[in-house]
Design a protein around this ligand. Sequence first.
Ligand code: 6GU
Length: 224
Amino acid sequence: MRIDIITVLPKLFEGPFSDSILKRAQDKGLVEIHLHNLRDYSTDKHRNVDDYQYGGGAGMVLRIEPIAACINQLKSEREYDEIIYMTPDGKVLEQTTSNQMSTLKNIMVLCGHYKGVDERVRNLYITREISIGSYVLSGGELAAAVLVDSIIRLIPGVLGDETSALTDSFQDRLLAPPVYTRPVEFQGHKVPDILISGDFKAIEAWRDDQALIRTRERRPDLLD
Ligand code: 6GU
C-alpha cells in the first residue's frame, strides 16, 4: 500500500511514523508513506498557501491552487483509490472504514488547517471526508496519523501475531475483555481463577462474557 499525505506541517508526522509498528511496516516494505509539503507547490515567492476568506471573518483558508497542483502531480503518477480530506465535519472514523481501506493500493490524505480548505477542493478532488471524533484539533495532521495507524496495523504481515488485530476492541463491535499477566497476586489483588484454570473452553466463554458486560456498561451504543 502507498499513502501520500499532503500537509503544511510534515514534521508532525516524523514522530508517529518513525517508531514501533508503523516503522516496522515501512521497513518490511508493506507500506510506503510519502509526505508532501504543500508549500513546495506554492507559486508565491513567500511560499504562501493560505489567504483571507471571501465574505470576511476570522481565520485563513488553504488556497486551491497549491492543493490542485500537488494532487494533480500525484494523480499523473498513479491511480488513487481514495483522496481523503481530514476535517472535523467529516464522517466519524469507525473500524469498518479502516478495515475497508486497509485493502486499497494507493490513497491520498489531505490535512486541513486554519479554517480548512477552499470548498472547491472538496467538490473537485475529494472522494471521502473523515473526522476522528466530536472535538476540534488545531489541524488535520494528528487525525491523519490516527487514520493511517488504524489502517496500517490491519495490513497482513504488519502485526507479529496474525490474529491479534482480529481480537481488538471494536472488531466484532464489542470492547475487548480484561487481560492479566504475572504476578498472579499483587498487593492482595488476584488474577481471576478461571484464567489460570487451564480450561480453555471455560476461559473463552469467560472472555466472551466479559466483553459483553464491558460493552453494556461502557459503550451500550455499540450493542444497538
Ligand atoms: Cl480530521 N481535523 C480537525 N482539525 N479536528 C478534528 C478532526 C479532524 N477530527 C476530529 N477533530
